[in-house]
Write a protein that binds this ligand. Structure first.
Ligand code: URA
Length: 238
């Protein structure tokens, strides 16, 4: 690939900005200063340095974010802070995007990547990638609800849901609240909230714990992110 493309891909700036870096003699390929932006490099073999620091080529970026409430799952928004606003200048790239959506008030596991193919596979309705949630609910969830969810229910507007595994973690009879876990095999708009509403209760707090085989890293503070480990990356392929 062209040297300017390599540097732009590696986040050294726009194509225009990296051309300046090259022109000014900041870039070395295999020990030689190169001043031509058209210079062809082998991104996997050549040793490329910018200001004396070696730059390793990486094409795909995968991050796990512990999404806080109050930010939207979008790349840009006119009103709200987005999940990409949480990224540092160093890690931010124009081509990053969130894989699917969590509501503004939902917390937890959100993947951020620049790999459109993998994202497409994870979100494809045909793949039935599991999503596991923890929720706090106003109202008492019952064994009858467990059965209803397991049978595949219809939610408002007549949309039918695939069977889902509901487990009741705690019930507070005095406060009339419940804590649940719910495993879905699809991802409809506001699905958890709408399923709970369909059995006459209301979600008051929602957090995603898992997507496929990938769990939320509970050591990540809300609003923090980190790259996926190679093991985690591999889990997304299964
Ligand atoms: N279901 C919801 O209702 N909200 C989310 O953010 C995710 C799943």
């Amino acid at each position: 690939m062209r040297l300017d493309k390599f540097l732009a891909d590696m986040n050294f700036g726009s194509r225009k900005e990296v051309k300046q870096l090259i022109k000014k003699g900041w870039v070395e390929v295999n020990g030689q200063v190169i001043r031509s932006d058209k210079y062809q490099v082998d991104e996997n073999k050549d040793q490329i340095k910018v200001d004396g620091e070696q730059v390793k080529y990486q094409k795909d970026y995968y991050y796990l974010l512990n999404k806080p409430a109050g930010v939207v799952s979008a790349t840009v928004d006119n009103f709200d802070e987005t999940v990409l606003d949480l990224f540092s200048d160093e890690d931010f790239r124009e081509d990053l995007f969130p894989v699917g959506r969590l509501d503004k008030d939902t917390e937890g596991l959100l993947l951020i990547m620049n790999d459109g193919q993998l994202s497409h596979r994870l979100l494809s309705p045909k793949q039935h990638v599991d999503k596991e949630y923890y929720a706090q609910v106003a109202g008492i969830m019952t064994q009858e609800d467990v059965q209803t969810f397991a049978q595949g229910m219809t939610i408002d507007g007549g949309e039918s849901c695939l069977p889902a595994e509901l487990s009741i973690e705690a019930v507070d009879e005095v406060k009339q609240t419940s804590e649940i876990r719910l495993i879905l095999h699809e991802g409809k708009f506001h699905q958890v909230k709408r399923m709970v509403q369909a059995v006459g209760k209301e979600v008051t707090y929602l957090k995603r714990l898992r997507m496929g085989q990938l769990w939320l890293d509970e050591t990540l503070p809300l609003g923090a992110y980190r790259p996926l480990t190679p093991t985690e990356r591999a889990l997304l392929e299964n």
